[in-house]
Design a protein around this ligand. Structure first.
Ligand SMILES: Nc1nc2c(ncn2[C@@H]2O[C@H](COP(=O)(O)OP(=O)(O)OP(=O)(O)O)[C@@H](O)[C@H]2O)c(=O)[nH]1
Length: 307
């Protein structure tokens, strides 16, 4: 995608309680973007959460939940707080404008709207949104393997932990450590070691394929697979599939005392987030099992429930 493409093909949510206003904005945008619309604040929030628009054009004054309240609710939601909002309103005073900006709006367009101005503002904010999304993705991705990095893992662990706690669901974690990787580097060279980590990361992604699963590079030759809504039995099945997937790759490791092929050791832990327990306990429990797997001779996993 080139930089000019960033300004078009967005998903724009238009929120206004008057159909004629929606039609005017739709007419201004429909050739360039996908337009969704809502006629109340409540419906706008539902669509924002479910459809993840790139940008919201929001009427300030609506019966029931007004634009300011919608803006507050969007900012409070982890899934919606980064969606830029442009207020579109008949209110014109500097106080109105300041209030909209203070509520978190990115910009302000006065009614009656001019189609060319709407199109231009939407292009500008869509471009900014996509650039900041790309930047955020970069700060959360491991440069070598392209899986999530440690920072992304920490953030997701915290968020998924809370989610599973609210829904009374289990959460599992597998720590995956490449066996005898120092020997691999020493024998094949650091660049071959890098390429090997890339292949392991890809294999992990193939087996942890549910949308809520997260594969991350946890440290040098250690990966983490975060598995929300999965119990220890499910995590164990996944660990076995990963062993099979790596075996298929047949990555030669001539100096490994464990196997002629590259292998991994895994520590698996499951918890039901509740009470005073903290996410770090899940990592500690998986790490303790990983240590046991290494001690047991490597190329295996150990599993346990943390309390
Ligand atoms: N090529 C490459 N090597 C790395 C990278 N990050 C860490 N390593 C290497 O991974 C090796 C890890 O060595 P150790 O912690 O001794 O573990 P090990 O040799 O795998 O032995 P066990 O874990 O006990 O089976 C070190 O030699 C690091 O230099 C990386 O990004 N690329």
């Amino acid at each position: 995608m080139s930089w000019t493409d960033l300004a078009v093909n967005g998903r724009i949510l238009v929120v206004d309680d008057a159909m004629e206003n929606i039609q005017v904005l739709n007419g201004a945008l429909e050739g360039e973007h996908e337009v969704l619309f809502a006629m109340s604040g409540e419906k706008a929030l539902e669509l924002a959460r479910g459809q993840r628009p790139d940008l919201i054009l929001l009427d300030a004054i609506m019966p029931g939940m007004d634009g300011y309240a919608v803006c507050d609710a969007l900012r409070a939601g982890p899934d919606t707080r980064d969606i830029p909002v442009i207020f579109v309103t008949a209110l014109k005073t500097p106080e109105d404008e300041t209030r909209a900006l203070a509520a978190g709006a990115a910009d302000f367009i006065s009614k009656p709207v001019n189609a060319a101005v709407v199109r231009a503002r939407v292009r500008t904010h869509l471009t900014i949104k996509r650039q900041s999304d790309a930047l955020r993705a970069l700060t959360l991705t491991d440069g070598l393997t392209q899986v999530a990095n440690r920072r992304a893992f920490d953030q997701r662990l915290e968020a998924e932990w809370r989610r599973c706690e609210r829904a009374a669901l289990p959460i599992s974690l597998i720590l995956v450590d490449v066996d005898h990787f120092k020997a691999y580097n020493d024998h094949y060279g650091h660049q071959a070691g890098d390429a090997c980590l890339v292949r392991v990361g890809m294999a992990l992604r193939r087996v942890a394929g549910r949308p809520q699963d997260l594969v991350a590079r946890y440290g040098g030759e250690e990966f983490a697979i975060l598995l929300p809504q999965l119990d220890a039995g499910g995590a164990e099945g996944l660990a076995m599939r990963l062993q099979a997937e790596l075996a298929l790759l047949e990555i030669e490791h001539a100096t490994s005392p464990t196997s002629p092929w590259l292998t991994v050791s895994m520590g698996i832990a499951q918890m039901a987030p509740a009470g005073a327990a903290e996410p770090a306990a899940l990592v500690e429990a998986a790490d303790a099992r990983l240590y046991l797997a290494k001690r047991a001779g490597r190329n295996c996993f150990r599993i346990g429930s943390a309390s």
